[in-house]
Design a protein around this ligand. Structure first.
Ligand SMILES: [Zn+2]
Length: 176
């Protein structure tokens, strides 16, 4: 357990520094259950959880990389520790945010992650941060024929917010 998250974990091998972190992710998403080896939708379990865009590979692939680095350091007699961080809830749960907040990565010198792609290489571009916010909209009911002017539509508020966010979006700076 790391950062109070029961499915987050860390394992370490080696001595001294640098500290090399390799991040493994292993969450599944609702509704993505899918049989292997076919390119049309066919769930293993109707409505079940599954992995999108190769996420079934991320945790195991990162573990293999951590083991390879561990073996390399040992074979070469090099100092350094390699850590495998098991990072759950990659798709929206933001477990790494809580792990960072709790200092789990404080003494890490480099953190590496990977993602399955249609090519082999290093991805240099920056990516945007994401945050999830719940909004609640409240209204007040009124009789539509007798006193519509006394009502307050929560749906109107949702629609106005949607329009406003769309207008705002093109003016948000790239580093926001
Ligand atoms: Zn992905």
């Amino acid at each position: 357990m790391e950062a109070g998250i029961s499915t987050a974990m860390m394992g370490e091998a080696g001595e001294g520094g640098p500290v090399i972190a390799i991040l493994g992710e292993y969450d599944a998403l609702p509704g993505l259950s899918q049989k292997a080896g076919i390119d049309w939708p066919e769930p293993v379990e109707e409505g079940g959880d599954g992995h999108g865009c190769g996420h079934n590979l991320l945790g195991a692939g990162a573990m293999l990389a951590a083991a390879a680095v561990k073996n390399y350091l040992a074979e070469q007699g090099l100092p350094g520790r390699v850590r495998y961080y098991g990072c759950p809830a990659e798709e929206g749960g933001a477990a790494k945010t809580f792990m960072v907040r709790d200092g789990v990565f404080d003494d890490v010198d480099i953190a590496l992650s990977w993602h399955s792609m249609h090519f082999l290489g290093v991805i240099p571009p920056k990516t945007l941060a994401v945050t999830m916010i719940d909004f609640s909209f409240g209204g007040r009911s009124a009789h539509a024929a007798v006193s519509p002017h006394l009502g307050r539509s929560a749906l109107d508020a949702v629609e106005l917010m949607s329009v406003g966010v769309n207008y705002l979006r093109e003016h948000v700076s790239p580093d926001a």
